[in-house]
Design a protein. Structure first.
Length: 132
């Protein structure tokens, strides 16, 4: 079931790439931290909605994951979209962040795992879409 769900989420996110002013990034089968990754290189200013999701597909015996969304709105801004989500059980969590870009800039994300024990595996789905 997890494989089918991941495939359906991946296909839906890839379709969003076809929408003007949007971008998506899907990372599946992860076993470590994610370095800063651009989800959208914005060529215009405006308001964006960034949806972030994490699915733990293989539980470990401990640890958590945080996903941060970063952009520049005059100063560098980082918001923890997903905070301390457990890697000790399979599960899914999602969050939405509103981002205002007063000048052109990138929207990126990072994921950090803390206190990991066992061998958890997770997937990350991030979609950024311009709404105004």
């Amino acid at each position: 079931l997890a494989s089918t769900t991941n495939r359906l989420l991946y296909q839906a996110l890839k379709q969003l790439d076809l929408v003007s002013g949007g971008g998506s990034h899907v990372l599946m089968g992860l076993t470590g931290d994610t370095t800063p990754t651009n989800v959208l290189a914005a060529s215009t200013t405006g308001l964006f909605v960034v949806s972030t999701a994490v699915r733990v597909t293989t539980a470990g015996t401990g640890g958590t994951i945080d996903v941060d969304v970063t952009w520049t709105d005059g100063t560098s801004t980082t918001v923890t979209a997903i905070n301390d989500f457990s890697l000790a059980a399979t599960g899914y969590i999602s969050a939405t962040t509103f981002v205002r870009l007063p000048t052109s800039g990138n929207i990126s994300f990072t994921a950090t795992r803390t206190g990991v024990t066992g061998s958890p595996v997770h997937s990350i789905y991030v979609v950024a879409r311009q709404v105004a």
